[in-house]
Design a binder for this molecule. Structure first.
Ligand SMILES: Nc1nc2c(ncn2[C@@H]2O[C@H](COP(=O)(O)OP(=O)(O)OP(=O)(O)O)[C@@H](O)[C@H]2O)c(=O)[nH]1
Ligand SMILES: [Mg+2]
Length: 188
C-alpha cells in the first residue's frame, strides 16, 4: 500500500517517519536534521509531496518523508487520499521504529492533525512531536504555545521538540530523540 512510486528501500534498515500537514516544514526540517540542503525538496507550492519519499542516512537508517495532508486547495478526493497512503505505510512497515509528527508552533492543530495524533496513539508507535517554525514566535510566546499544544495533543512536554529549520534550533535535540527511537527495541 505504501508503494507510492519512487524508490522503496529494502526493509533492512530501521525507519523513522516524518508526518504532518502540508507546508508544516517536514522537508525543511529533515534537510536540517541530516545537514543537507537539498535532500528533500522544500516546496513553494504546498501539497507538493504526494508520495512517500525515502532517504537513507549514513547507511544506518531510513527517513520516510510522508506526503503532507490537509492542503485545502486540492480537490476533496485528493485531500482525503493521504489516509490510505500514510496509514498504509505506518501500519505496514516492519522496520518502522518511530514517527515524528510535525506541528506548526503558531497554529492550533487541525482536525487532520488530531486525527493523525489519534491514529498514532492507536497504532502504539513511539512518537515525537516536533513544533516547527519556532523562529516565528517571540520568546514570550514559546512557553505558552508549547504548554497549550502539549495539552491539546495530550502528550508530555518531554515528547515535544521545539524546532526551526530556519535557525537550526532544536536540531540536536531532534537528532538525539531520533537516535533514541532507533536504539529502542522494535515496538511491533
Ligand atoms: N520561518 C520558517 N519557515 C520555514 C521553516 N520550515 C519550513 N519553512 C518554510 O515553510 C514552507 C514549507 O516547507 P516544506 O519543508 O516544503 O514543508 P513540507 O511540510 O515538506 O510541505 P509538503 O511537502 O508540501 O507537505 C517553505 O516555504 C519553507 O521555507 C522554519 O523553521 N521557519
Ligand atoms: Mg515536503
Amino acid at each position: 500500500m505504501a508503494e507510492a512510486g519512487g524508490w522503496r528501500p529494502p526493509p533492512e534498515l530501521p525507519e523513522i517517519a516524518f508526518a504532518g500537514r502540508s507546508n508544516v516544514g517536514k522537508s525543511a526540517l529533515l534537510n536540517r536534521l541530516v545537514g543537507r540542503r537539498k535532500l528533500a525538496r522544500v516546496s513553494n507550492t504546498p501539497g507538493r509531496t504526494r508520495e512517500v519519499n525515502f532517504f537513507r542516512v549514513n547507511e544506518a537508517f531510513i527517513i520516510a518523508d510522508l506526503p503532507g495532508y490537509g492542503y485545502a486547495r486540492v480537490s476533496k478526493e485528493r485531500r482525503e487520499s493521504w489516509r490510505p497512503l500514510i496509514e498504509g505505510y505506518l501500519g505496514g512497515s516492519a522496520m518502522l521504529r518511530g514517527v515524528v509528527l510535525l506541528l506548526d508552533s503558531r497554529r492550533e492543530p487541525s482536525a487532520d492533525d488530531l486525527a493523525m495524533r489519534e491514529y498514532l496513539g492507536d497504532l502504539g508507535a513511539p512518537a515525537l512531536f516536533a513544533l516547527t517554525k519556532i523562529d516565528k514566535l517571540s520568546a514570550a510566546q514559546v512557553a505558552t504555545r508549547v504548554a497549550k499544544l502539549a495539552q491539546t495533543l495530550d502528550v508530555g512536554e518531554d515528547q515535544v521538540v521545539l524546532t526551526s529549520a530556519e535557525t537550526g534550533r532544536g536540531r540536536d535535540d531532534l537528532a538525539a530523540s531520533v537516535a533514541a527511537l532507533l536504539e529502542a527495541p522494535p515496538w511491533r
